[in-house]
Design a binder for this molecule. Structure first.
Ligand code: GDP
Ligand code: MN
Length: 380
């Protein structure tokens, strides 16, 4: 789960990270009032779940409260990479000397939380990694001890020559690490970490991604969810207990099991197509899930063909077939559908489907190839 910059900053402040004060606004009036309370020049910053807001015009310097109102008027409602800005953060503008990058991700190779730090901050770290990888230092943290003071200081010195600044940065990294662990994050990032002309080290932007598995036991974190900033199809899918991720392609995939779902997406790509989504209807078979899955997939205008790929184990393929029949009776399909199912109750499923005018395939290759072909034809 993504949370907004202002929420991540609230979390990090509790761990002691120095962050300029600010508040969130949903109207230009509120933005102006906050700027007045701050009593200094402010930044008005779009709160959407994407990076690169600055380049997209969603981060503006405002010397006066009137300017804050004006910029908030422009930014609220703006479209940034397909997301509508509903909120802005109005925060005291920092004087920037240098911009560094500090982030933590979970690394599968080392099975640890790994720090990534770079003095080339402010811009996308992906770009730094691609063009000047030597400017990034990676440091895996031993989970038994956390980030030890001397390790933190070494990382600090990778960023700054000045001992005071290096120590301050090290302390922030320890605070960031504790926040990362205690809030079940899969990512926590400060970009830019700024040294002001006065020599203070502060966090000017913050990002946190919380592992969805943490949310069941941490209702306080779940409460940070902002459904208005998530793809509507993902919200719908979550409420229907489906594991769903929206993608940009045109082959809508409905699959049981995460592994098979990934293999299906790979095969779609292999045959020259692009999946419109990842969707796992799960192991238990319930016609209702199929109905929900079809509703969510067909709501996506990009979808030009639907591909069912069901391997019946615990999932009974006849239940899936019934789900398809029910769903398409409720909402007749406007795009072609390719159904591949095999396994438990396969004969019954094939009969249900053919009685209702569908064809069922049993071969995965054949089904994927056909779906890609139909989607390509439909996209023309
Ligand atoms: P992002 O583009 O979504 O990562 O948003 P950021 O909050 O990182 O802002 C982008 C850039 O705007 C930063 O790298 C800074 O150069 C600039 N910026 C952001 N906040 C401030 C601030 O308080 N003062 C100044 N002078 N520049 C800022
Ligand atoms: Mn940033």
């Amino acid at each position: 789960m993504n949370i907004h910059e202002y929420q991540a900053k609230d979390v990090l402040r509790r761990y002691g990270v120095p962050i300029p004060p600010g508040e969130v606004a949903t109207t230009p009036d509120e933005a102006e009032a906050i700027a007045r309370r701050v009593g200094k020049p402010v930044m008005v910053k779009a709160q959407v779940h994407v990076g690169g807001r600055g380049k997209a015009g969603g981060v503006k310097f405002c010397p006066t409260p009137e300017a804050a109102r004006e910029k908030a008027t422009a930014i609220l409602g703006m479209d940034i990479k397909g997301l509508t800005v509903e909120k802005v953060l109005v925060t005291e503008a920092a004087d920037i000397g240098t911009e560094a990058y500090v982030g933590i991700i979970v690394d599968r190779a080392t099975k640890k939380a790994v720090f990534m730090v770079s003095a080339a901050g402010g811009i996308d770290i992906e770009e730094v990694a691609a063009t000047t990888p030597e400017k990034i230092k990676y440091f895996p943290v031993d989970p038994r001890f956390g980030l030890l003071p001397f390790e933190a200081q070494q990382l600090g010195f990778f960023l700054y020559q000045d001992a005071k600044q290096a120590r301050a940065a090290g302390k922030i990294m320890q605070q960031l690490y504790t926040a990362f662990v205690e809030n079940g994050c899969s990512l926590a990032e400060i970009n830019p970490l700024v040294v002001t002309p006065a020599g203070e080290v502060i966090a000017v932007d913050a990002k946190m991604v919380i592992d969805d598995n943490e949310l069941e036991r941490r209702k306080d974190l779940e409460a940070l969810r902002d459904e208005s900033s998530e793809a509507p199809s993902e919200v719908d899918a979550r409420n229907a207990n489906l594991t769903f991720i929206k993608l940009d392609g045109n082959v809508g995939c409905i699959v049981n099991g995460a592994g098979l779902a990934m293999a299906t997406m790979d095969l779609v790509k292999f045959y020259g197509g692009e999946p419109a989504n990842f969707l796992d209807i799960g192991g238990s078979s319930n016609p209702e899930k199929v109905v929900n899955a079809l509703r969510i997939i067909t709501a996506d205008e990009n979808v030009k063909a639907i591909l069912f790929n069901i391997f019946g184990g615990i999932t009974r393929t006849d239940d899936v077939a019934n789900g398809i029949v029910t769903a398409t009776k409720q909402n007749p399909l406007k795009v072609p559908i390719v159904i591949r199912l095999t396994g438990t109750n396969e004969e019954i499923a094939v009969k249900i489907l053919s009685d209702n005018g569908f064809t069922a395939l049993t071969d995965m290759d054949e089904a994927v190839k056909k779906a890609v072909q139909l989607a390509t034809e439909g996209g023309k």
